[in-house]
Design a protein. Structure first.
Lengths: 250, 250
DNA sequence: CGCTAGTTTGATCCGGGTCAATGCTGGTGG
DNA sequence: CCACCAGCATTGACCCGGATCAAACTAGCG
């Protein structure tokens, strides 16, 4: 975690005019991440009804989606790119509490205000719905509501899991767990094999698992040299699964 | 975190015949922690109806309330003592994910199985309800249901908060935050002032905030010597609030 | 081609982990 | 009533992993 980064992130991100593009949804039925999203619970009829209340939003890197404390008046389904979910601590450090991947649903806190902030880590697109429209739609489509509930359970579970990762574990254990958990999440989206995309920066990874950027970098390098993974542009390729799993258990 | 402790904890805790006592609820209307519990949402009539489906359970120190992975067929409201909520990690370490204080509601995961374990840190009493009875009752009492929802929100918020505490923070910052958060929770129960009960062991505190028992002890001692707190039996007394708050922010 | 943001790598230092000895306290039985 | 014991807390000595600071390197991108 580093103070400078979080400050920079904020000052470089204009809070006004956040959304780069905002146009009608083209065709949900052809949407490639639909199977992995809450929309998978909708049949053709419901889908076109749903399409009518949504808009496509796109975010340039570092653009803010919403801020902690703001009224939550819109909800999102990420369709491409990567969203960082984070809290700014009193001392200026940034704790990333999660990553929003394509298919992930964001922005519906239990209360009326967001409890964490969200910004785009890379160029990102999402479907945007007004909270009221969305809730009304959900209440008229029971299967969809249940699917939303499932999504919430999954998020809670991920958060609990993350709590156990953040404790006093060794750097290579944290990084190994991180790689495996990202792999598991990509698997649900595109069934990928040993290749794991990591679109976020080293700093983001550090702020997520609780390590300094230098330590993150060194640990990746070490795992690469040990032949456990191979570092590739914007990701890694897993070479030795058993070794990686063993490290993750430490 | 220490491996031996978690192992001991398990082996010393018989899984059979866990509940020491199990008798009818005496008189909910006179229950001293009712204002702080979900039962506060019930009027006299509903309360006696509620009384009829509950039983009082008591747990000796180290007795298990429920285990991660088990079917969740009973729910609890803690009435006295302290419950530890924890996960056992693959390497044998124990991560305490929360403490159940008097008034806290436990044991209703979103799915049908518990996602963490719970045991008594000290002699503890709780009201026990069969899950089905409880859910049926709740569905017939809307105010109660809403109150339950609030409790869930609070728990989720605490978990997120805890995530930000576990990161790479200094030992005195972690301990200071811990003391202040325990104080805030006791305040809701008995409005106590600068005196903060800490019924759990040093090991429990360490497994919660992510510190070694030795470091926990040393940090308490240091804060005491610095005049920020005074260590008293089973707790601390806060002597210098501003200093403690300042430490917590680091 | 050169600028900028991000990444890697090196050198150094310190906080907290580890191991182990000692101290304290409350419960038990002679 | 006191001696003993078990479990927990405290304290000390030592060491190591990761933070910090800083420099060199690399990859996009205009």
């Amino acid at each position: 975690m580093s103070m400078p980064t979080s400050i920079e992130t904020l000052s470089r991100s204009p809070t006004a005019n956040r959304v780069r593009g905002l146009k009608l949804l083209a065709n949900c039925s052809r949407c490639s991440i639909r199977p992995a999203s809450v929309c998978s619970a909708l049949d053709a009829g419901a889908l076109s009804e749903f399409e009518a209340i949504g808009r496509e939003a796109s975010f340039a890197p570092r653009m803010i989606v919403f801020m902690e404390g703001e009224r939550a008046d819109a909800v999102y389904t990420v369709t491409s790119g990567l969203v960082r979910l984070f809290r700014l601590l009193p001392n200026g450090q940034r704790q990333i509490v999660g990553f929003g991947l394509p298919g992930d649903f964001l922005g519906l806190p239990r209360g009326e205000r967001h409890v964490y902030s969200a910004d785009a880590a890379v160029g990102t697109t999402a479907c945007r719905f007004h909270r009221q429209d969305f809730i009304m739609f959900a209440e008229n489509h029971t299967r969809f509501l249940r699917r939303l509930h499932d999504a919430a359970v999954k998020a809670l579970d991920l958060a609990q899991e993350q709590m156990t990762q953040l404790g006093p574990r060794r750097a290579d254990a944290k990084i190994a767990s991180f790689i495996l958990s990202m792999r598991a999440r990509w698997m649900e989206i595109n069934g990928a094999g040993e290749s794991v995309p990591l679109p976020m920066s080293r700093q983001d990874i550090g702020d997520y698992v609780g390590l300094n950027i230098a330590t993150v970098s060194r640990t990746f390098t070490r795992l690469d040299r040990q032949g456990v993974i191979r570092i590739v542009p914007k990701g890694v390729r897993i070479l030795n699964f058993p070794a990686l799993r063993q490290l993750a258990e430490q």
